[in-house]
Write a protein that binds this ligand. Structure first.
Ligand code: AMP
Length: 362
């Protein structure tokens, strides 16, 4: 049985081998932990900075057994790990954090929004759409223009498209592969924002300053933090994040994407049970960054302080943009983070830069 807090020298298992896993592994190493990565991808960004790597499908029973055998705690760097894999790890007696409930809820947009509403947290209006009749009913209830999203598997704007009442409903459903969908009313937002929140094993909660985020083609492009806002806005973000952490009995870092409407009220778009791209600014902008915070939380360590020490403009480097590393490295205010991906495919997140400036009032 694992005893918390985990001492340095323990091994933290991570499902997923992308850049989030890489930055988690780097943070874990700084605290004296080893990491073991399970990923189907050979030569992944996380694997190259980890002590152990298991290249196998997430559902591979032997791989899960090996990971459970060498890890004192197991966490995730992305949420679309098959629920069966997480359940199998728990059956093997592994400590899994965050608990698989958060994973299951966040994997299905319909369950996620229903869960949020049940916890008293506002979202855009939505309806389940499994057929043409459902889509027509959704137009009746939610309005003439809706964002249709697959319930599962979508990310970075994939698996979603706008549909108007005048469109052919069969073609709209076919364009998303006739998969179970959710139709959402348009969010009439002034800003997109995010809050990164953490909860420790003892229930301690720590929140990072609010972030303003800018998307292009459904992909996060830029964030700016700490965001400006009224005390009421900050209090509302805090209430949302705290409610969610407690409702999910959460341990670890959670990313919550928000819409701010014209009246300065917040709705939740979605949440991710993991470290999040809108929290990359904390690497250079906060006392303890989101990656170290997640490692601290799942290891049963005390949470670290989250106060901002710089204002940060974070920009994702997509595709060939990371080729400008030499120029970027010459900018004194810029911190360059590159993920070691071998192929710069169009739109692929290859790295990010954090541009630092003085905090307002500092
Ligand atoms: P998602 O995959 O749900 O995070 O959506 C990606 C992006 O699409 C969001 O960051 C928004 O810019 C936009 N978006 C998502 N849902 C809505 C909505 N209901 N209304 C308007 N824009 C949306």
């Amino acid at each position: 049985m694992t005893v918390f807090p985990l001492p340095p020298g323990s091994t933290i298992g991570i499902l997923g081998g992308g850049q989030l896993g890489r930055m988690l592994a780097m943070a874990a190493a700084r605290l004296g932990f080893d990491t073991a990565i399970l990923t189907p991808e050979a030569d992944s960004p996380a694997a190259r900075v980890a002590a152990r790597v298991i290249v196998a499908d997430y559902a591979d029973p032997a791989a899960l057994r090996t990971l459970a055998g060498i890890s004192q705690v197991i966490t995730f760097e992305f949420e679309n790990v098959p629920a069966a894999a997480a359940a199998e790890l728990q059956r093997l007696g592994a400590e899994v954090a965050p608990a698989t409930r958060a994973l299951a809820v966040s994997q299905d947009r319909l369950e996620e929004k229903s869960f949020l509403n049940a916890a008293g947290i506002g979202t855009v209006g939505f309806a389940a759409v499994d057929s043409e009749a459902d889509l027509l009913a959704a137009f009746q209830r939610l309005g003439p223009s809706l964002l249709l999203k697959t319930r599962r598997g979508g990310y970075d704007g994939k698996g979603q498209s706008w549909v108007r009442r005048s469109d052919d409903p069969a073609a709209a459903l076919a364009s998303l592969g006739n998969l179970p969908c959710i139709a959402e009313a348009p969010a009439d937002f002034r800003r997109e924002m995010a809050v990164i929140a953490a909860r420790g094993r003892d229930g301690e909660i720590a929140l990072y300053p609010l972030t303003e985020s800018h998307h292009e083609n459904g992909i996060l492009r830029r964030t700016s933090a700490p965001a400006k806002g009224s005390p009421r806005l900050f209090a509302e973000a805090e209430k949302i994040a705290t409610t969610l952490l407690i409702a999910l009995e959460y341990v670890g870092v959670l990313g919550v994407e928000l819409f701010e409407d014209d009246d300065g009220r917040l709705l939740v778009n979605e949440f991710a049970p993991r470290v999040h791209n809108t929290g990359h600014w904390t690497l250079d902008g906060c006392e303890v960054d989101q990656f170290e915070q997640h490692i601290r939380a799942v290891s049963g360590w005390p949470l670290g302080p989250t106060a901002a020490i710089h204002h940060v403009e974070m920009t994702n480097l997509l595709g060939e943009e990371a080729g400008a590393w030499e120029k970027l490295a010459r900018e004194p205010e810029t911190r360059v983070w590159l993920y070691g991906k071998r192929q710069a495919l169009a739109g692929r997140k290859m790295g990010h830069v954090n541009r630092l400036s003085r905090l307002d009032g500092a």
